[in-house]
Design a protein around this ligand. Structure first.
Ligand code: MG
Length: 389
């Protein structure tokens, strides 16, 4: 039986494997699967991916078993990205690989953890989860005999690096160049980015309601939600609350995805890019929402910021999380012998090469890699004298 080529049926402007910029370390082509399938499989088999199961999205992992974690969030992003990619004849496998890898560099305790670690790292070049995701797939995963990291294709790495400062772009080589030249990434990368926003805005409504921070009725002034609640109520009067929430959210996701498909298809017709490099040279992202939908989506985002992310209960949790991260960082920086032996050795090597900055980067790698519960446990072991070492 003849195997279908990975590029079969894709648009000319999709990320085609035959036009891939390849991997940093040359490898023989994969058998029985394409290059982007290999990327996706390597991501799923990585240690960093498994850790996402125990990392927070908004709610700390031990608060309840039904809340999103980083891994379920990443799967939801992949699902949204894949549906849209397929509808537009883009490379579904690449969109999936980028979506699954996009949060690999997240610290424990969600954005609170990232902010705290960034503050600790400010004198040493800062900490940014997006850059950390790239650092994991390029350097930190230790799985292969012949190279560090996962040796992913340029296109997957380009998609992981959503944004970065010009200073960092200059240090990053190939994937940093587009920020200097003000170019776009490929369409699959643009799509994974938008799918991330669609996924978290919708699931944070669901999780916020589940946690009792908000109700569907609180969202009556948010058009993206209220028009679907109205439709569900008309169609299914007296529906039980959990089903009412789900019937609403599935309609929201569907409306957003349909809007992105229609708007992007129109933008692609107008720009008519001949290939992925023409996509990269466009002045703006071609994967987009309509103006009306963007405004509605922003409205929902603001609501979530004010009513969920800044809710008293969430603030109490995030402040606790920030103290844990800062205390761990300070303890390890003051005495690297508190670190596990392998990290202690890395700190000493990094310090010999790059002084305190090198040392801080290894400490940040160690802390960023922790799951929520490991960070809590490590904090107890370091600061609670009655706790076992
Ligand atoms: Mg995300």
């Amino acid at each position: 039986m003849q195997m279908q080529t990975p590029d079969a049926g894709l648009s000319v402007y999709a990320a085609l494997e035959q036009r891939s910029r390849g991997r940093r370390h040359a490898e023989p082509p994969p058998q029985n699967r394409g290059e982007y399938q290999r990327d996706r499989d390597r991501i799923i088999h990585s240690n960093a991916f498994r850790r996402l199961a125990y990392k927070t999205q908004v709610f700390v992992n031990h608060e309840g078993d039904l809340y999103r974690t980083r891994v379920t969030h990443s799967i939801e992003v992949a699902q949204v990205a894949r549906s849209i990619a397929r509808a537009l004849a883009l490379n579904e496998t690449l969109a999936e690989a980028i979506a699954l890898a996009h949060d690999l560099g997240h610290t424990p305790f969600g954005h609170a953890g990232q902010d705290a670690l960034n503050e600790c790292m400010r004198p040493f070049g800062g900490f940014e989860h997006n850059l950390q995701s790239l650092r994991i797939v390029d350097e930190l995963e230790e799985r292969y005999a012949e190279f560090d990291g996962l040796n992913l294709t340029y296109e997957t790495r380009e998609g992981i690096l959503k944004h970065c400062s010009l200073t960092n772009a200059r240090l990053l080589g190939d994937v940093g160049e587009r920020f200097i030249r003000r170019e776009q990434p490929g369409l699959e990368a643009q799509l994974a980015n938008l799918a991330d926003e669609i996924a978290y805005n919708n699931h944070d409504v669901d999780d916020g309601i589940r946690a009792g921070l908000i109700t569907l009725d609180d969202l009556r002034d948010v058009p993206l939600v209220s028009r679907h609640v109205a439709e569900v109520d008309t169609r299914y009067p007296g529906l039980n609350p959990r089903r009412r929430v789900h019937e609403t959210i599935r309609r929201m996701i569907n409306e957003l995805a349909s809007d992105v498909i229609a708007e992007t298809a129109a933008a692609l017709r107008t720009a008519a890019p001949a290939d992925i490099d023409t996509v990269r040279r466009q002045p703006a992202s071609l994967v987009r929402m309509s103006e009306g939908m963007r405004a509605d989506h922003l409205h929902l985002k603001r609501f979530l910021r004010d009513r969920v992310y800044r809710h008293h209960r969430v603030i109490r949790m995030t402040s606790k999380a920030q103290r844990v991260i800062k205390a761990l960082f300070e303890a390890f920086m003051s005495d690297e012998r508190l670190l596990p032996v392998e990290y202690c050795n890395s700190v000493q090597n990094a310090a010999a090469e790059a002084g305190e900055t090198g040392k801080a980067r290894v400490v940040a790698d160690y802390i960023a890699g922790m799951t929520d519960r490991y960070a809590i446990l490590e904090h107890q072991r370091l600061f609670d004298p009655t706790e076992r070492i």
